[in-house]
Design a protein around this ligand. Structure first.
Ligand code: FES
Length: 682
């Protein structure tokens, strides 16, 4: 290129260079390393290369762009505009050629490595660079005099047009190759997959001509209680649908250890559980594709995050070793394998599956996904991340060091084992407030913005009704009961006489607090029973003890900030979590929600191939702490049973929400009475 050649400047990258008159914008972009997308290789078919030229004076860049800086619209652009419509001011970068100095903006949707912004403010944006991508190639026709196979000519075309080498095709793809080439008149679209840490490519599917229906992937958070999935567009990164269902393995045992025991006690039990979960994933894949109105055969990738027991059961590996020390995993490494190996028949037969690495025998790929989403290893301050589920994943650390453990909280936080508990669905109570003076509750249910004492609440909830209480609802209810003086630090619910409210009802030898009585309308009576409080105490003690154990390892008594994650982590109120003593004391404004961080980590790994390598490296540097064999875990667990805690002071909580001193034990009286009893026993 000569000094007299026109200057082309790309924004936002600022990359610039001189090119001879007549050079297509796409060619200039490629030579300058500008992130401008193309699927059809410049044939004017895919429209991924759209650019927005700017005209006029640009003193900042030192150029003036004349109206004639780019070639006139050509027939290809005109046809594209007629058929599909081209936004005003846009050109196809592969068609428009440089005629003079020009400034070209590459809009976000035309960038190959476009960033997908996540809804939650704290979230890391995802940079699109999926392992499976679509390319169009124009293949030479066969020639009797220079015999070569169709696949070999596809390989040659990929090398010449895309600089892609090391391409393989499986038998089912080979079988489609010849008709596709001929029907597409020697132009075919290919879904090309390149696993992490590999230089090789696999053709997953082939279509005649330009394939317009897209490529999709599923990011699946396979939990003990629920299975949640996002269906993502592998080109744009957009989440096209999200859905979930209960893990059918619950019928074999509610928590992980009971499922391991089921496998131990019943020959073939592991295979039964494997079949159940695989069938559920197929159902979910079909449902989510229906919801997004796409053909499930366009799903080419699945990424799974799960705890070690679910990981083994999904893979068809007997989890028995995970039930006993030293909790050996069959493999802790990340896995890339054909989805057909997991019987995922609802999606494309050539689809690939990626499983994030596990951290240890009790700390799974779900914890790795949380680390990928929240990157504690990049944090300046000491951050505690708790992913609340049936099994809680806990990470503590900063740039210096990251520790991880998991803690068996049980399903109480997800509304299971709670008398009026239910899944978070319309009709479930999700927010609770109790007036400390009158002891009267008010609440909100999923599906309505109104509080139960707002006018119009009955009408607004007439369809869903008030059906039960979900995880975040029970956490708030118990914390509010403690704040209103209905519950003492040991977790005992006071009687009507002790609490001055008839809502405290006798139930056997204990009491229950009535939140809502819907019996007049044929609905349920929703109470928080003493049994519910005990279930929540066990769950929160396990969570707190796990966090405390990691703090011991780092020799700290305080953390700088806390991130609440989990499928319903976004719905847990920081204040209520702290009143309950689920998490260590911290300034309330330093407790934030990350939403479903494990699910987000799965999405990152689905949309960005390099992130797969990243997490494999991060996991290698995380120190695992095994709660099951740490003697101090039990001590921490017992102390954490009180609400908020028997021994740890909660000074930040005291500032934000002072808790009443009440005691409803056998001898009654205030806390002094409780202390007297302990001393008398000692
Ligand atoms: Fe496909 Fe321009 S590169 S239309």
């Amino acid at each position: 290129m000569a000094d007299t050649d026109p200057l082309i400047i790309f924004t936002p990258s600022g990359k610039r260079g001189r090119f001879p008159v007549g050079t297509p914008v796409l060619t200039a972009a490629r030579q300058l390393g500008v992130d401008l997308d193309s699927v059809c290789g410049g044939r004017g078919i895919c429209s991924k290369c759209q650019v927005a030229p700017a005209f006029g004076d640009f003193p900042k860049h030192g150029v003036t762009v004349a109206d004639t800086a780019l070639s006139e619209w050509n027939e290809v652009e005109a046809r594209y505009d007629r058929v599909r419509g081209l936004k005003s001011g846009r050109r196809l970068g592969c068609q428009a050629t440089i005629q003079g100095d020009v400034v070209i903006d590459v809009p976000p949707e035309s960038q190959v490595h476009r960033q997908v912004v996540r809804k939650a403010a704290s979230a890391r944006p995802i940079t699109m660079d999926p392992a499976t991508r679509l390319v169009l190639v124009e293949v030479d026709e066969p020639d009797m005099h220079e015999p070569s196979g169709d696949l070999e000519r596809v390989q040659a075309a990929l090398k010449a047009q895309w600089e892609i080498e090391g391409v393989h095709a499986s038998l089912p793809v080979l079988a489609k190759l010849q008709p596709a080439l001929r029907k597409g008149e020697w132009k075919v679209s290919l879904a090309l997959h390149r696993p992490a840490n590999s230089e090789e490519f696999e053709i997953l599917d082939i279509w005649p001509g330009f394939h317009e229906d897209g490529l999709f992937g599923l990011a699946i958070d396979l939990g003990s209680t629920t299975i949640a999935a996002h269906l993502c567009d592998l080109v744009t990164g957009e989440v096209r649908a999200s859905s979930g269902l209960m893990n059918p393995q619950i019928r074999f045992g509610e928590d992980l250890m009971s499922r391991v025991s089921y496998a131990m006690m019943n020959p073939g039990g592991d295979a039964e559980m494997t079949a159940a979960v695989r069938e559920a994933i197929n159902t979910l894949a079909q449902e989510i594709a229906d919801e997004a109105e796409i053909n499930p055969s366009l799903i080419f990738e699945t990424v799974f995050v799960c705890n070690p027991v679910m990981h083994h059961l999904l893979l068809g590996i007997d989890p028995v070793e995970l039930g006993q020390a030293p909790f050996a995993l069959a493999t802790s490494g990340a896995l890339t394998l054909p989805a057909s190996g997991l019987d995922l028949t609802a999606i494309n037969g050539q689809a690939q599956t990626y499983l994030l690495p596990c951290i240890a025998g009790h700390v799974g790929a779900d914890a790795a996904a949380v680390a990928l989403s929240e990157r504690p290893d990049q944090s300046e301050d000491l951050v505690l991340i708790v992913d609340v589920g049936t099994n809680a994943e806990i990470l503590l650390g900063n740039k210096e060091k990251v520790l991880a453990c998991s803690s068996p909280t049980g399903p109480a936080f997800e509304g299971a084992q709670i008398s009026a508990g239910q899944r978070a669905a319309p009709g479930a109570i999700e927010r609770v407030e109790i007036n400390p003076e009158t002891k009267e509750p008010r609440f909100r249910v999923i599906g309505s913005e109104l509080w139960s004492d707002d006018p119009g609440f009955a009408e607004a909830t007439a369809v869903t009704g008030v059906t039960g209480i979900c995880g975040s609802g029970i956490i708030e209810a118990v914390a509010e009961m403690r704040m209103a003086g209905l519950l003492d630090p040991s977790g005992l619910i006071g009687s009507a006489a002790q609490t001055s409210t008839a809502r405290s009802e006798p139930e056997g030898r204990t009491h229950a607090y009535l939140i809502h009585d819907g019996t007049a309308d044929g609905g349920p009576r929703i109470t928080v029973t003493q049994g519910d409080i005990r279930a929540i105490q066990l769950a929160k003690s396990a969570l707190y003890a796990g966090a405390r154990l990691l703090m011991d390892q780092l020799e700290v008594d305080q953390v700088d900030r806390v991130v609440l994650a989990g499928a319903f982590g976004a719905h847990i109120s920081p204040k209520h979590a702290m009143v309950l003593g689920m998490i260590p004391d911290a300034p309330l404004d330093k407790v934030t929600s990350a939403g479903n961080a494990a699910g987000h980590g799965a999405r990152i790994a689905l949309c960005n191939r390099a992130a797969r390598q990243e997490i494999e490296e991060i996991v290698g540097h995380i120190h695992k702490v095994e709660t099951a064999v740490e003697p101090r875990f039990q001590e921490h667990f017992v102390n954490a049973n009180a609400i908020p805690h028997a021994t740890d002071p909660f000074p930040e909580l005291a500032k934000a929400a002072p808790l009443p001193k009440v005691s409803f034990g056998a001898s009654g009286g205030g806390e002094a009475g409780g202390r007297r009893r302990r001393r008398a026993r000692g």
